[in-house]
Structure formats: C-alpha cells, structure tokens
Write a protein that binds this ligand. Structure first.
Ligand code: SF4
Ligand code: SF4
Ligand code: FES
Length: 308
C-alpha cells in the first residue's frame, strides 16, 4: 500500500542544516555507523519513446548530504557503468531544486517523489544496499527518467484551470476573496503538476498514443488530446476545479469546469482508493477536494436534469 510505504518523506522531515548539528554536550547522542565510501545506483533506462527499457548499475562516491539530483550529476560526469562500460549519460529533468516545479519527479526506491528532495542519507538508512531509480509509470518515456506529462496539461486545459481576466484592467477592483475562501484555496494552489497523485492512482492508466506516418503536428495533437479526454483527468485536476471555482472571479466560469468534471473521464472515474492523497508531496487535501467536487458535480447534474 502506498500509504504504508516508509519511503515517503515530506521536506519538513529533512534535517535542518542549522539545528540538526549534533551537540557535543549531548551525552545521549549515539555514534552513527560510518558512512559508505560509494553508493550503488540502479537506473531503469530507455533509449527513446517506445523502446525496450533495461537496467544499468553505477557506483558513485558518497558525500554527506547529497540528494538524488547530485547522484545523477555524478553519474552523468562519469558515464560509466559498474562493470566499466562507457555509456551515454542518464537523462533526467530538474529545475527549481526545491520541490516547487515538479520536473524531477521519478520513482525512487519504489516510491514516486521528487529527486531534489530525496536525500541520500535517508534513502540509505531505509535501504542500505543502494538506490533504485525508474521513470514514472503512467506516462510515456521520452528517454531514461524523462517522461511526457502532456496529459496532465491537457487535463488542466479541459477543466479551464485559469481565471478569465484578460481585459479586466480598467474595470475597477475585483471581488474580495474572503478569509474562508483563502483557507480553502491556499493549500490547493500549492499543486506543482508533478504527477505523483496520478502515478499512484489505480484509476489512472498509462496512455501512449504513437504518432502515425505522415501525420502533421496539429493532426497528432488533436487525436492524442481526444484520447486523453476519454480517460480519467486525475485527482490534481479535480482539485484545481475546486481551487478555481472557490475564487469569486473564477466562479463566473464555474459551470464550464463542472461540465468538464462530469464529462467522460471526469470525477465519476475516481474509485476513492485514496492513494493520491498519501503520495502528494505538497500534502494537498485531495480527497477533501474530491468530496467537494463530487457534491458540486452531483448538484450540477441534477440541475441539468430538472432544467431539461
Ligand atoms: S481517490 Fe480517486 S483520484 Fe485518488 S487515488 Fe483513488 S481513484 Fe485515484
Ligand atoms: S496534487 Fe500533489 S501529487 Fe498531484 S500533481 Fe499536484 S502536487 Fe503533485
Ligand atoms: S527540481 Fe523542481 S521539484 Fe525538484
């Protein structure tokens, strides 16, 4: 079960660089076992879209307080496997390095999470034999640990995850957001479209739409988006409906979001397994959002039925 996985850590669990230094006066502190000189890292690689994946093992020198991004940088610098073969460097993505952009999301020791906040010392504590890295499981692989999350961005388009305020600059002050609305919206606004929630969701199946010979970019995108739209939008998108429909300006287009929510691939696909909320690194109350969105969708469906 995802919720029982001991690998899940939030950033607040990480040692604070200022306050976590051992106090020499602390008689109760116990000596730690000596750190390893090297770390063994297994990586599930794939040379390109649709190709066969394969495992490769690397050994990198240990340094205190490394994260998985620094391990990947060391692998890229040596580009050599544990048996001495020179190989192409492992491809991965990262950007903010502080768990804000979501781009470094991958499966680390069996758990989907961000590489930038996965600390090696913690990983080795839980699994001393080494670290295992694999791409996310619900998205097509571009190369190695880099996946194509276009489906998530399509879902955000589908539910209109924005405030329609173009040209409002000369219309005076917008409606005030109440304290209660702020309290609902703030945690939901932390979503970074990382994909952990959908990777862990049993209702979110992998969709790979291969390109056809001679197809233009526009033709391919239309066909691919139609396929995405037929399938579950995912917990993050449901939660963004609640975020934008909570905002007094967003409410003006709230019915369009509710329509998207009850369309094919909408909230009715959620099986309430609650894996999503267990793995969300931003601790977004996804199941609360799903409950709120479900009630709004039911009322909206009933109104539509009576208005016929
Ligand atoms: S509660 Fe719904 S969205 Fe979350 S993991 Fe379960 S099926 Fe997926
Ligand atoms: S809801 Fe959480 S797990 Fe899902 S995409 Fe947003 S931040 Fe990531
Ligand atoms: S690099 Fe942005 S979340 Fe890890």
């Amino acid at each position: 079960m995802w919720s029982e996985c001991p690998m899940h850590r939030h950033w607040t669990d990480f040692p604070n660089p200022v306050f976590s230094k051992p106090n020499p006066m602390d008689a109760t502190s116990t000596p730690k076992s000596s750190p390893p000189r090297t770390i063994t890292v297994r990586v599930l690689r794939q040379d390109g879209p649709g190709q066969q994946s394969y495992w490769e093992t690397y050994r990198v020198p240990y340094e205190p307080e490394m994260n998985v991004v620094s391990v990947l940088q060391k692998i890229a610098a040596q580009a050599q496997t544990v048996d001495g073969r020179s190989v192409a460097p492992v491809a991965w993505e990262c950007n903010c390095l502080e768990e804000v952009c979501g781009s470094c999301t991958m499966v680390i020791n069996g758990r989907v999470r961000q590489a930038c906040t996965a600390l090696v010392d913690r990983l080795l504590e839980d699994r001393p034999e080494g670290i295992e890295l694999a791409p996310m499981t619900k998205f097509p692989v571009f190369r190695d640990l880099v996946v194509d999350r276009s489906r998530m961005f399509r879902a955000l388009q589908k539910i209109r995850a924005w405030l329609p305020v173009d040209g409002y600059y000369d219309m005076g002050r917008g409606p005030l957001v109440s304290r209660e609305e702020q309290e609902i919206a703030y945690p939901l606004s932390m979503c970074m479209t990382c994909g952990c929630c959908v990777d862990a969701c049993p209702q979110y199946n992998k969709i790979d739409v291969p390109r056809r010979a001679g197809e233009t970019d526009a033709e391919y995108q239309t066909r691919r988006d139609a396929e995405f739209d037929r399938n579950f939008i995912g917990a993050f998108a449901v939660s963004q409906v609640v975020l934008f429909n909570t905002h007094p300006t967003g409410r003006h287009t709230g019915l369009e979001r509710l329509e998207a929510l009850i369309a094919e691939g909408g909230i009715q696909n959620c099986g309430n397994a609650q894996n999503c909320v267990a793995v969300c690194p931003k601790e977004i109350p996804l199941t609360t959002s799903i409950g709120m969105a479900g009630r709004a969708a039911t009322i909206h469906s009933l109104k539509r039925w009576f208005d016929r």
